[in-house]
Design a protein around this ligand. Structure first.
Ligand SMILES: Cc1cc2nc3c(=O)[nH]c(=O)nc-3n(C[C@H](O)[C@H](O)[C@H](O)COP(=O)(O)OP(=O)(O)OC[C@H]3O[C@@H](n4cnc5c(N)ncnc54)[C@H](O)[C@@H]3O)c2cc1C
Length: 619
């Protein structure tokens, strides 16, 4: 332990994670907090880190208010519809009313935006998406953050949040370690903004063995955004609302541009429009939600999953027609070369030329996040002018711990933010964090060296476990006294997959399965005390695993609590197969007691603010 040097940093605002939300937060914190010390800590390298480093071709959230294309209310209706009613409309509206200004800044900063040659407007891919050349997206927003921050720390993984010892339930900073030097870093801060991305690899992926890592959501998204606040006792919401994606098989190439721009469509192996076949059965489960336009994403997945289970697979995307047009053919290929090169490689290796062969689609393993077409994450305060009392406690995007803020995938209840909305939410959180400090809410914070040293001992324990345990290795990597991060990860994925509604059970679970899953997760977490790391990279893997395990526990508790199937196609509660608006038209909120490790669950009303306003206008 003593061989790991400790570095201390004191700052006003600490941003954890330098992805889309983190760069937005760092940029905006400087705008409002001119004299404040702003530090951003990133697990990878901010120039290329985060989910957008997977590559993208469109900004998926842009209203186009200057041209009267969409209004924030429209976006709230859209997200609400897609999430089967379950969103925080105050958060969604707040993001939507600010997102255009974010996109206009990206344009000014030099992001190559595609333009509609006839109108001069941004080129629309769909109602909400505008097309960009995405290669330089992350370096451009990273530059804005680098110019704004006092210091950016790359290659430091934050493992724990620090709590103030002078006032209950107030943040005091965070600790972590540098994956290259092995040094320990203590960041004492007046406000912390967690922007550490979503969670992949908590459910067993379809691609295992040599293909492991080929997931849809970024494989490096390890759920720190959830585990950090959960461990500190912050409330979480909608963690059951995991997402399953319909994507091109094996490469997870996105289908959005194909549907929207190339106007391709899907069919079963017999060339039939299978979605229609499942209309009556779906109506039985969810009632009038199946008649909504556009059809909620989970319900389209539902038809896919049912059709494959009934023997109608494989499901294909009909590309042969669109690809006869040379322009559309170019767009189709470019879409992957700019975004998911792996899909083009898979097709090449499998002799699939979409001009002559309709490629197969698949449904992915589930992922947990708060910024894409789903809304798992932290329970945060909304903006003062919009939020009902249950949703407002002083500072926009502040969690239920004073001085702890969130943005992007971290924040629950506000789906369909995507890259631009996450950056925007980072800006909103940072503005509020500056105000929190200016209002003197962070005065007198005490974080003792003992608290930091206790965390230091915990952080490096996997190295100690290995150093001792390696003496007992019986063969290869097998030791009776430690488990490796990869062994622990595969055990976690198996539990989540089999008991919590992964691909093995065709997304099916029930109360008994979930209770058993929770037992197994508890024992896994006990065993993770014995995870061993042979170097600093494996130490990162060990902590990523611990964060994934805690996130998984929270997901399982939420899934057990909601006794209905709200999102067929994302997961099924076999013991409560129907959507139940009478009892479950509400948001779920959890809190893990940091002292006992036990979760408590509650229902919180879901307020339909946009419609309410309209109703008032009408009356
Ligand atoms: C395959 C894919 C395609 C997508 N396509 C589009 C698209 O076409 N258009 C669009 O607008 N959006 C798209 N998105 C969504 C968009 O990328 C996300 O909405 C957005 O990146 C979320 O922002 P975030 O800051 O919450 O997370 P991220 O951008 O993922 O940033 C999280 C950051 O936190 C860091 N981090 C994690 N843990 C720690 C830790 N413990 N300590 C320190 N740092 C940590 C990570 O390294 C990362 O840099 C796509 C996402 C994926 C995965």
């Amino acid at each position: 332990m003593a061989k790991h040097k400790t570095h201390y940093e004191e700052c006003d605002i600490l941003v954890v994670g330098g992805g889309m939300a983190g760069t937005g937060a760092t940029f905006e914190a400087r705008h409002w907090g001119r004299d404040m010390k702003i530090v951003c800590v990133e697990k990878a390298n901010i120039d290329r880190s985060g989910a957008v480093a997977q590559g993208l071709y469109a900004i998926n959230c842009y209203m186009g208010m200057q041209w009267g294309e969409n209004q924030p209310e429209d976006h709230v209706r859209y997200a609400r519809n897609d999430l089967m009613g379950m969103v925080r409309e105050d958060l969604g509206y707040d993001m939507a009313r600010h997102v255009d200004s974010t996109v206009h800044m990206f344009d000014e900063w030099g992001l190559p935006m595609m333009k509609n040659e006839k109108t001069g407007r941004y080129l629309r891919e769909g109602k909400w998406q505008i097309m960009i050349h995405g290669e330089s997206y992350k370096p451009i927003v990273a530059e804005a953050a680098k110019k704004s921050a006092d210091k950016i720390y790359n290659r430091i993984m934050i493992t724990h949040l620090l709590m103030d010892e002078s006032q209950e339930n107030r943040i005091g900073g965070a600790v972590g370690f540098n994956m290259r030097t092995g040094d320990f870093h203590v960041f004492r801060a007046k406000a912390v903004i967690v922007a550490a991305g979503g969670a992949s690899h908590i459910f067993k992926p379809r691609a295992v063995g040599e293909g492991m890592g080929r997931t849809w959501y970024a494989p490096w998204s390890n759920g720190s955004a959830y585990a950090l606040p959960i461990a500190a006792g912050a409330k979480m919401t909608q963690m059951e609302n995991r997402i399953v994606l319909c994507r091109f098989k094996d490469g997870y190439g996105p289908v959005g541009a194909y549907f929207l721009h190339l106007k391709t469509y899907t069919q079963n192996a017999n060339g039939e429009n299978y979605e229609k076949k499942w209309y009556d059965q779906t109506k039985e489960l969810v009632g009038e939600y199946i008649d909504h336009h556009p059809t909620p994403t989970c319900l389209r997945n539902h038809a896919f999953i049912q059709e494959v289970a009934a023997g109608g697979g494989p499901i294909h995307m009909v590309t042969k027609e669109a690809f006869q047009d040379p322009h559309l053919e170019t767009v189709g290929w470019e879409n992957f070369l700019g975004m998911t090169v792996g899909q083009a490689v898979v097709w090449a290796s499998q002799n699939i030329d979409p001009k002559y062969t309709n490629p197969e689609l698949t449904t992915s393993e589930p992922y947990v996040m708060g910024s894409h077409a789903t809304c798992s994450g932290a329970w945060v305060s909304g903006p003062e002018d919009l939020s009902p009392p249950e949703y407002f406690w002083g500072y926009n995007r502040m969690l239920t711990i004073d001085g702890l803020f969130g943005a992007g995938d971290t924040v629950g209840g506000s789906a369909h933010k995507f890259s631009s909305g996450s950056f925007t939410e980072g800006r909103l959180a940072a503005k509020a964090a500056v105000k929190y400090i200016e209002d003197k809410k962070a005065d007198g914070i005490k974080v003792s060296n003992k608290q930091c040293e206790d965390f230091k001992a915990k952080v490096y324990k996997p190295l100690d476990n290995y150093t001792i345990g390696r003496n007992e290795i019986t063969g290869g990597t097998v030791s009776p006294s430690y488990i490796s991060p990869i062994q622990g990860l595969q055990r976690l994925q198996k539990i989540m997959d089999e008991y919590v509604g992964g691909i093995t059970s065709n997304y099916m679970t029930n109360g008994n399965m979930l209770k058993r899953g929770l037992e197994l997760l508890e024992w896994l977490q006990e065993d993770l005390e014995n995870v061993g790391a042979e170097d600093y990279h494996q130490l990162m893997r060990a902590w990523e695993l611990k964060h994934r395990a805690l996130t998984s526990q929270c997901v399982t508790e939420h899934t057990l609590f909601r006794e209905e199937t709200r999102w067929p196609g994302y997961y099924y509660r076999g013991d409560h197969m129907k959507l139940d608006d009478e009892n479950w038209h509400c948001l779920t909120v959890s809190r893990r007691d940091p002292k006992t490790g036990k979760f408590t669950m509650e229902k919180v009303p879901v307020y339909h603010i946009v419609d309410e306003k309209e109703e008032k206008k009408a009356s």
